[in-house]
Design a protein around this ligand. Structure first.
Ligand code: SF4
Length: 591
């Protein structure tokens, strides 16, 4: 059974719940109670964890659970109309479950397939790419015929890896075990020294020096250490880790093993985002091959005492788990709430052990650095931003896909290579990154200029940049983990205020409220998600102000919310539907 497979370990809770749900379709209370009893956790705790993750369901959802990727590039390719079409064909309202319980259709955050969208997920397990009206109609037929998704046409689920520009990471052949051999010849300290000489900085977005992170982890007190690969690339518009995991999984795992060698870890995890569940079997096969080849497990490559192995943990649809301390909480079977830092994970990480968490691409870079030397890597890119960087380019361009360049490459070069024309804006680094306008395309992707975790979304002059920012505002409101009030409430207020402008009810007053929200969110949230939530608003207000101005129709103050609608929950709770329980009341009330 699922619980036995995980030896009733409480830290495996998210995996246990995921797998139970895959068997039962949803998580009834009896199942949660059984899990609580087996794992020694309280029912409230288990319920609290299950309710945190978007891909876990405490109420029945359709036996066919269809989730349309709602990233802005999917929308630009017609995803909204396609979702409406599927809903019409199936007779189900968006977000609802059909009366017969067979199907539900809803939007979800970016599925990491922006190069081959519009895309959707079926039952959190299978992806369907390149949606068209014909494909949507055929999906509806499959659902009505109750055909299991495994029997649907295989070409619908085909995921391609379009690499249009390869440099050292994507273009150099790699023999599994070769970097490990080089590292063992250098010794543990020599390995760390090469990573430090390379100047490599983490590719997940924050840009922390990898060698320093490893040194801090190695030197932190603790009997056990841990290495974690953050494969939770949830930033809308990015999909380069998907390609690295599919085409270069040995490189990723070798990089993790090198980290284990350098810091003295025996245990590792790949935290794979839930939307990439379709990569699980492939990654498990790579781990199996490496164990069989003596590249994982006890005494790696015959080196006595060099023991290291890796488990894969599949996420459950929470963008915030890309933040490393939230990821560790999730790995331990908790809600993916970011931790208070310090202490940092290098000191107190997985189960209190010193832990180094690095991005997929960072581990790939490390393997090449050990083969060719830290000085070689440092000679690429710029002095402050060494090496190459892999980018996922999507949106209005002829060749969406993956491109690798030395850091310091100008955005205009990338636009030229991907076949972008008449471009008015590029969103670098996803919604939490930077929006560049046409006068800034000469700027370079580098930590000292425009840093990027690896996503470039291209918008030509047909696009309304207000609508781009509004889509991003909804993304942050949807993904706020709810832990701190400024973010939980502020992101929702931001999205609603943008909706008000979109509906043509905006006034100058709304613009000042938006700016107040920007200040509030930037200064008072617990983690980077809330702090970055207004970045798209700030950039587009500054650079594309006319797209806001033309929505300011009203000279008068108009409330941003429908007070009567807001009171509906209170009316439901108190069982009142009389006139005095509405706003405005239809007759005067007496005390
Ligand atoms: Fe959660 Fe947002 Fe607060 Fe981060 S800022 S802890 S995502 S509520």
């Amino acid at each position: 059974t699922v619980l036995a497979r995980h030896a009733n370990q409480p830290q495996a809770l998210v995996q246990i719940l995921r797998e139970l749900q895959a068997e039962q379709g949803w998580l009834p209370r009896e199942a949660l109670m059984a899990v609580a009893q087996a794992t020694g956790r309280t029912v409230a705790d288990v319920e609290g964890v299950a309710s945190f993750y978007r891909f876990l369901h405490l109420v029945p959802v359709g036996r066919y659970r269809v989730l349309f990727s709602d990233n802005i590039t999917d929308r630009m390719q017609g995803s909204v109309a396609l979702m409406e079409r599927l809903c019409r064909r199936l007779g189900v309202a968006p977000g609802a479950v059909r009366a017969d319980g067979r199907v539900s259709v809803a939007p979800c955050s970016c599925t990491g397939l922006g190069d081959q969208g519009p895309a959707l997920l079926i039952n959190h397990h299978q992806v369907i790419t390149r949606l068209t009206e014909e494909r949507v109609d055929a999906i509806a037929d499959c659902i009505e015929r109750q055909l299991p998704p495994a029997q649907w046409p295989a070409e619908w689920m085909q995921v391609e890896d379009p690499v249009h520009r390869a440099d050292v990471l994507l273009g150099t052949p790699f023999a599994p075990g070769s970097a490990l051999q080089a590292a063992r010849a250098l010794g543990r300290n020599g390995t760390l020294e090469q990573v430090q000489r390379s100047g490599l900085r983490g590719r997940g977005g924050a840009g922390f020096a990898t060698g320093l992170k490893w040194e801090l982890c190695r030197d932190a007190p603790g009997a056990q250490r841990c290495v974690v690969c953050n494969a939770d690339e949830g930033e809308p518009g990015t999909f380069k880790d998907r390609v690295l995991l599919r085409r270069h999984a040995h490189l990723v795992v070798e990089g993790m093993t090198l980290a284990a060698w350098a810091v003295g870890a025996r245990r590792g995890f790949i935290y794979l985002r839930g939307e990439y569940r379709f990569l699980l079997e492939h990654l498990q096969e790579v781990l199996r091959q490496r164990r069989a080849a003596g590249l994982l497990g006890p005494d790696i490559q015959g080196e006595a005492g060099f023991d290291f192995d890796i488990e894969i943990h599949v996420g459950a649809g929470a963008y915030v788990c890309g933040e490393e301390s939230a990821l560790l909480n999730s790995l331990e079977g908790h809600r993916g709430t970011p931790r208070i830092r310090p202490p940092f994970p290098v000191e107190v990480g997985y189960l209190g052990q010193p832990t180094t968490v690095n991005n997929v691409e960072t581990f790939c870079a490390v393997a090449h650095i050990l083969l060719r030397g830290g000085d070689w890597w440092a000679s690429l890119g710029t002095p402050k931003s060494t090496g190459t960087k892999v980018h996922a380019i999507s949106g209005d361009c002829a060749r969406p896909g993956v491109y690798e360049y030395p850091l310091g490459t100008p955005v205009e070069r990338m636009l030229e290579d991907c076949g972008a024309a008449d471009t008015q804006a590029v969103q670098v680094g996803g919604p939490s990154g930077t929006c560049l306008s046409v006068t800034e395309f000469g700027r370079c992707i580098a930590y000292e200029d425009v840093p990027s975790a690896g996503a470039l979304m291209v918008f030509d002059r047909r696009r309304d940049m207000f609508e781009v920012a509004r889509n991003f505002a909804h993304f942050f409101a949807h993904e706020s983990c709810g832990f701190c009030t400024p973010c939980r409430v502020g992101t929702e207020l931001l999205a609603r205020r943008m909706d008000k402008l979109a509906a043509g009810h905006g006034s100058r007053h709304d613009m000042s409220v938006l700016q107040e929200l920007d200040t509030l969110l930037h200064q008072s949230t617990h983690c980077g998600l809330g702090a970055a939530a207004c970045n798209p608003l700030r950039d587009t207000l500054l650079k594309f102000r006319p797209s806001y101005e033309r929505r300011l129709q009203s000279l008068h103050f108009l409330p941003a919310l429908d007070l009567d609608a807001e009171l509906s929950i209170a009316r439901a709770a108190t069982g009142r539907q009389d006139a005095a329980a509405h706003w405005p009341p239809s007759h005067p009330t007496t005390p």
